[in-house]
Design a protein around this ligand. Sequence first.
Ligand code: ADE
Length: 229
Amino acid sequence: MTGIIAAMSCEAELILGAMKDRSPRVVGGMTFWQGRIGDEDVVLATCGVGKVFASACATAMIITYNPDKIINTGVAGAVSNSVNKLDTVVGTALVQHDMDTTPLGDEAGLISGINKVYFETDKELSDKLYSFVELCGGKAKRGIVATGDQFVASAEVKSRIATLFGASCADMEGGAIAHVCFINNVPFAALRTMSDGADGDASGDFMEFCNKAAKISSDVIISYLSTSK
Ligand code: ADE
């Protein structure tokens, strides 16, 4: 079974619409839709915005459905100059840009206990998703996804995240889901289409391009799942 997590309903509704024989179940305050796309068993959840909702959702999904992989899909803000609006970033690794114990002498983004800054994604799954972005007519890029409880909307913050972490884009859930998948040994991939440039125009661009960007990543997920068996 493949688990799919999106933050907002606009990022999940097309995927939900493509699911056959679907039925809902509420676990830990989250609604999980179980069904099929093509011949693949799928569980889909709309977790809500931010790292706490994302980790609560990933944990409940893993404990309840035991998926063999989880994909986080949706929109993001581009922080690298080589990533443009409506490009799709397939994550190579995820980092939590607001994790900060640097006053204690740690590296920025370090997660104590497991001593990690970056969570690598599953290569085979990411390569497949990358090929489907191109098949769906999207512009595919690979890069690091930086996650924090912050909608990035300034040149300064954007440049800090790009410089400090080598990130391509910023979201608000991926790094938390990657973290939960890591501690549970579940292969993980991230697929994010750019709704904005994480700069001073980000809020207006987000409103304008969010649905269009969400459709691109949803189309990729649906095409991938339709042919994955
Ligand atoms: N998701 C979409 N755009 C974003 C941004 N600029 N910052 C964080 N998450 C986002």
